[in-house]
Design a binder for this molecule. Sequence first.
Ligand SMILES: [Zn+2]
Length: 325
Amino acid sequence: MILHQVSESCFAVLNEKNLVCDANSGLINLGGGVVVDTQSDLAHGRRMIELFGKVWPGMPKRVVNTHEDADHVWGNQLFAGAEIIAHRTVAERMPRVAEPKETQQLLKAADGFLSSLLLRVLHPGALAIARQLAQDYDFDGIKLVLPTTLFEERHVLDLDGTEVRVIFVGPCHQAGDTIVHVPGEGVLFAGDVLFRLCTPMGWVGSFARWIEILDLIISLDPEAIVPGHGPVCGIEGAMEMKAYLEYLRNESRRCYEQGLSSLEASKRIDLGPYGAWRAPARLYLNVERAYREFRNEPEDAPWDSAKSFDAIYSVARARGVEVEF
Ligand SMILES: [Zn+2]
């Protein structure tokens, strides 16, 4: 984990492995401090606080959660007494999508002798992701702390005269997607609207909405973007991800019309330059999302997580790439 100065008053803490759960956090070091996203477990949250502590004068008064996914909210409890700002849907959905019990149980099952044998047979992908997560994360002790300030469209902060715009842009990757724009510093914290140099994963929303929001980010013309995952970039990062989504949607359409399943399509689609991104087999989630759209299924249709991990696992095996999530 490293501390990166993005502008005069904006900083990021980056998880350089760039695998699932390796989410970034941001800091706007003005007006008592605002932290953007709180990491995936308590050890990473504490390390983030320690790194930001090198530049801030005291614990920040405010936190923004860019959406409801676990890897962005599981350090919330470390900010006792802080105002936690998020979109209205984040408070509604967090208890469902970021309930730590399921992940805690999965990691325990992967660690047990008999239960891991069973997992290997029934859900090899779930076993593989549990083993990967156990290398870097410990989800014990996590308690959900919900946002305290909810907003609808946007929430504007004045930090010592610097305007910070907290803007709802969901649902494109998740229902509560929010970006944080600091125009005076030329910085934009994109949450998981932007995955950089790793394969994006989306849960709720549509390709069209996601592409529209990437266009919005490009039109805001920030000098630096802190993505939810991956290294800090400029607008070329948003352009590349937009191109990926458009390419993937087109390729998925072609496969769908040929009658291939989403799993089969994920094994066959030529990834071109995107094959060098981290966890390329996660493309399955994007192909499946495209198929759901072609079938006119609702944007918030639930995901079977064990089945999805198994699919990613089998795509990686079929492609002969490392099994990583
Ligand atoms: Zn994330």
